[in-house]
Design a protein around this ligand. Sequence first.
Ligand code: BTN
Length: 163
Amino acid sequence: MHDANSAQHQNRPPLLRDDFGRPRANPTLHEVLQRGLSQQQKDHLFLFKCNLMGTWTNELGSNMTISSVNSVGIFSGVYTTAVSATNNTIVPSPLTGHVQKSDSPTLGFTVSWAFSASTTSWAGQCYQDPEGRKILATMWLLREEAEDSWKGTRVGQDVFFHV
Ligand code: BTN
């Protein structure tokens, strides 16, 4: 006998549980592959693991909003930095990046600053912290136009929280 409201009755996959019996939202990649889903279905699930979509803020108070992530992991959005090495008025700038298809994916993205001649690229990884918050732990390189190459590069770390 099945409960009329059970997941099986409603044609939904059964509730996933972790090693301690707690409900778990996302299937592991192994579970996805075992179910024999189509590539399109796997791509859809990928968006629900570390879904980059939405707004992220970092330790400087900068914000980035990712508005699209396609099926091969190319994403785009807008970055508004809280700080600048220039005296120019800060305006939102376009960003594009790539994210891998794994549970805790590595990613990279670049901002071509709309108010300065510089470019910054970040590389990092999406994690869930012990409080369950999604974070992007990254390192960045900023290149500014400089007559001498050695002068032109800054390096640092940013940690982004999903808001
Ligand atoms: C510039 O000053 O020419 C452009 C703005 C650079 C802002 C940097 S990029 C790395 C770091 N992380 C941020 O969110 N802002 C700074």
